[in-house]
Design a protein around this ligand. Structure first.
Ligand code: AQP
Length: 347
C-alpha cells in the first residue's frame, strides 16, 4: 500500500525502556503503520551524546528494536533500524550544524537541564554532541522528508527547531533549489503528530519530574522488563498524598503524584481519567494501587516475554535491523544526493 504521509520517530538506547517510553511513544507508533509510511529508529548516535558503555549500548539497541516488535510493530510494514547503519544521518546532521544558529541550540531546555541551567554550570562536563543533538534529530526526520513526527511533550521544542532548520535550509538555498529544477521547498516542514491525549508519565517518587531512563532511583521508574512482583512493589511504594481519590478529574488539581497514577491507569486501560475516577472515586490508595499493579502487569508482561524471546535470537534481530537499514537507505540516498547538489559539493 502507498501512503501520502511519512512518519519518523525514534528512541535512544541510553537505558532500560520504561513505562513512559511505552505509553508516550511505542504504543502510539503501532496504529500509524496502517495509515502512514513509518520509519522507527533506534537512535544510537543520540545515545552516545552521554557516555554509554559499548556493551550496554548494543544490548539496549536490540532491546528497543525488540520492544517495537513485541508491542505490535510489524517489520514488514514499518522500517525498523538503528541510526548508525545509515551514515547519511551523520552527514546531514553536519550540514544542519552549519544551518542552525548557536542561539537556537542554547535555548533548548533539555540541554540546559543536562548542562546545569541557564549558565550551563556543567558545560565543561557535557559533550559537544549533546549541544548539537537537535540538529542531528532534524537530520533524522528530514533525511526521509518525513511529514509527521509522533513525540511526547518533552520533545516538542526539538521538533520546533527541526521546523526552523527545514525553513532556513529552504530559504538559504532557494536559488540553488530552483536552479536544479526544484519547484518549491526542498524539505517539508514536519508537523507534530497528535496521537491521543498528551501523556507525560512522571517519576513514581516525584510528580514534578518525568519518568526517565537515567533516573538515579530504580524505584521511580517502572521498566518494561520488570517482573510482576517488582512492578507491584514499586507501585506500592509510589509517593502519594493521604487523601482518597476524587470522583472527577478536576479533583486531581494540585495532586501531581495522584494525577500521575490515575493517568497511567487511564492510559493503560484506554479509558478517560473521569471514567477511571467514576470507578475509584472515594477509594483509598490501598484499593487503587493493587488494581494499578495488576493492570500494569497484564499489559506489560506479555510484551516483556516477547521482548525476551526476540533478543535471545540476535541473528534474527540483526536481519531485521539490516533489512530495515537497507530500506531506509533507499529513501535517504536520493534525498542526500539532492542535498549535496544543492549545497554545492562536488561528487
Ligand atoms: N516520561 C515519559 N512520558 C511520556 N513519554 C516519554 N518519553 C520519554 N519519557 C517519557 C518519550 O519516549 C520517546 C523516546 O525518548 P528518548 O529515549 O529518545 O529520550 P528521552 O525523552 O530523553 O527519554 P528518557 O527516558 O528521559 O531518556 P534519558 O533519561 O536517557 O534522557 C520520546 O518520544 C519521548 O517523548
Amino acid at each position: 500500500m502507498t501512503f501520502t504521509q511519512r512518519v519518523f520517530s525514534g528512541i535512544k538506547p541510553s537505558g532500560d525502556l520504561h513505562l513512559g517510553n511505552y505509553l508516550g511513544a511505542i504504543r502510539r507508533f503501532v496504529p500509524l503503520q496502517d495509515t502512514h509510511e513509518t520509519l522507527y529508529c533506534v537512535v544510537d548516535m543520540h545515545a552516545i551524546t552521554v557516555w554509554q558503555d559499548p556493551v550496554d549500548l548494543k544490548r539496549w539497541t536490540y532491546e528497543i528494536a525488540a520492544a517495537y516488535i513485541a508491542a505490535g510493530l510489524d517489520p514488514r510494514k514499518s522500517i525498523i533500524f538503528n541510526q548508525s547503519q545509515v551514515v547519511e544521518h551523520a552527514e546531514l546532521g553536519w550540514i544542519f550544524n552549519c544551518v542552525a544558529r548557536v542561539g537556537w541550540m542554547s535555548r533548548m531546555t533539555q540541554f540546559k537541564d543536562k548542562a546545569g541551567g541557564e549558565g550551563g554550570e556543567n558545560s565543561e562536563q557535557v559533550s559537544l554532541g549533546l549541544y548539537a543533538y537537535p540538529s542531528l534529530m532534524a537530520a533524522d526526520i528530514l533525511l526521509y522528508k518525513a511529514t509527521a513526527v509522533p513525540v511526547g511533550d518533552d520533545q516538542k521544542q526539538h521538533l520546533e527547531l527541526t521546523r526552523d532548520i527545514a525553513k532556513k535550509f529552504n530559504h538559504d538555498y532557494k536559488k540553488q533549489i530552483k536552479a536544479l529544477g526544484g519547484k518549491g521547498d526542498f524539505f517539508p516542514v514536519p508537523e507534530t503528530l497528535a496521537t491521543g491525549p498528551a501523556m507525560r508519565v512522571k517519576s513514581l517518587k516525584d510528580g514534578s519530574k518525568k519518568m526517565s531512563k537515567s533516573d538515579a532511583s530504580d524505584m521511580s521508574t517502572i521498566y518494561m522488563m520488570d517482573d510482576a512482583d517488582l512492578i507491584a512493589k514499586k507501585i506500592k511504594r509510589a509517593t502519594t498524598d493521604a487523601d482518597a481519590l476524587p470522583s472527577e478529574a478536576a479533583g486531581l488539581a494540585g495532586r501531581a503524584e495522584a494525577e500521575n497514577l490515575v493517568g497511567i491507569y487511564a492510559s493503560l486501560s484506554n479509558r478517560s481519567v473521569d471514567d477511571v475516577l467514576g470507578e475509584f472515586g472515594g477509594q483509598g490508595w490501598g484499593v487503587f494501587k493493587p488494581a494499578l499493579a495488576d493492570l500494569s502487569v497484564a499489559v506489560l508482561a506479555p510484551i516483556a516475554d516477547e521482548m525476551k524471546r526476540l533478543v535471545s535470537d540476535r541473528g534474527e534481530m540483526d536481519n531485521i535491523l539490516r533489512d530495515g537499514a537497507a530500506r531506509a537507505r533507499t529513501i535517504a540516498e536520493p534525498v542526500m544526493a539532492g542535498v549535496r547538489d544543492i549545497v554545492g559539493f562536488v561528487r
